[in-house]
Design a protein around this ligand. Structure first.
Ligand SMILES: NC(=O)c1ccc[n+]([C@@H]2O[C@H](COP(=O)([O-])OP(=O)(O)OC[C@H]3O[C@@H](n4cnc5c(N)ncnc54)[C@H](O)[C@@H]3O)[C@@H](O)[C@H]2O)c1
Length: 254
């Protein structure tokens, strides 16, 4: 992909299903990588896996804590250089009908999926704006475009980060900072497995999802890095404020 070699990328949720594959792809493209996640052990195993010749830094941080995020970004920049690329990928949900949720669950979902990206945007975009340039890809969700039963508050957060992406793309275009969002459909990662393992109907839900997807399979973590790398590359230098689904055709959004 054009223009990625030598860039410094910061990836949140790096230790998760999609995050690992995104990090691997960016390292293959010649990027130095700062990997952030709340899962310290997961980060350590990933760093051991992809370390080698690549310049890789990792730090455990909760993205819902703004001051911890600022410290982590500072530490990352000290270790591997100024951030050129941000991938906002961390996320979490526990499937539940809205009326069955309690306040603690609703606040946790908002903290991670909305406050987390807000914190990352603010900490990293402030630095990118001082340097007049940068690229951001945020992993939202088709839940934020078309809704998803059992994911009401999560869908609201994902819709929120899509709106945030478009607004920031308008505000920061004059600083040569480009922001886009990628919306996976159901994708076979620990997050989806947790949901499918929640009750005895998991296999049925899995099969129903597969039937509903025109390409007749669930997404795999490896379906995501290609579009992320493209949107971060020089091939996408006239694309900003856009939202693209990677869902096997489940959603065909205009
Ligand atoms: N799997 C799906 O079906 C699906 C569909 C649409 C969108 N998404 C989105 O894709 C992204 C990646 O998810 P995934 O499917 O790879 O799930 P995953 O659970 O495998 O990975 C998510 C990662 O985020 C990290 N994380 C969670 N809370 C955090 C916090 N407070 N601070 C820092 N890190 C935190 C987790 O430790 C984990 O490593 C998420 O934003 C998710 O909402 C997933």
């Amino acid at each position: 992909m054009k223009g990625l070699n030598g860039k410094v990328a910061l990836v949140t949720g790096a230790a998760g299903g999609m995050g690992r594959q995104i990090c691997r792809r960016l390292v293959d493209e010649g990027c130095s990588i700062a990997m952030l996640d709340i899962d310290k052990a997961g980060l350590e195993s990933l760093a051991a896996d992809i370390g080698g010749a690549a310049k890789v830094f990792h730090i455990a941080v909760d993205i819902s804590d703004y001051s911890a995020v600022c410290k982590a970004v500072d530490a990352a920049e000290k270790a591997i250089g100024s951030t050129n690329l941000l991938v906002n990928n961390a996320g979490w949900d526990k499937f539940s009908n809205f009326l069955d949720t309690d306040e603690a669950l609703r606040q946790k979902v908002i903290s991670i999926n909305l406050n987390g990206p807000v914190n990352m945007f603010h900490a990293v975009l402030t630095r990118m704006a001082q340097r007049d340039g940068g690229r951001v890809v945020t992993i939202a969700s088709d839940a934020g475009r078309v809704g998803s039963s059992g994911q009401a508050v999560y869908s609201a957060c994902k819709g929120g980060v899509i709106a945030l992406t478009k607004t920031l793309a308008r505000e920061l275009a004059r600083r040569s900072i480009l922001l886009n969002a990628v919306c996976p459909g159901p994708t076979d990662t620990p997050m989806l497995q947790d949901f499918l393992n929640q009750g005895p109907g998991g296999q049925k839900v899995h099969d129903a999802m597969k039937r509903a997807i025109p390409l007749k399979r669930l997404g795999q973590p490896d379906d995501i890095p290609g579009i992320v790398a493209f949107l971060l590359s020089d091939d996408a230098s006239f694309i900003t404020g856009q939202v693209i689904s990677v869902s096997g055709g489940l959603t065909m959004h205009g």
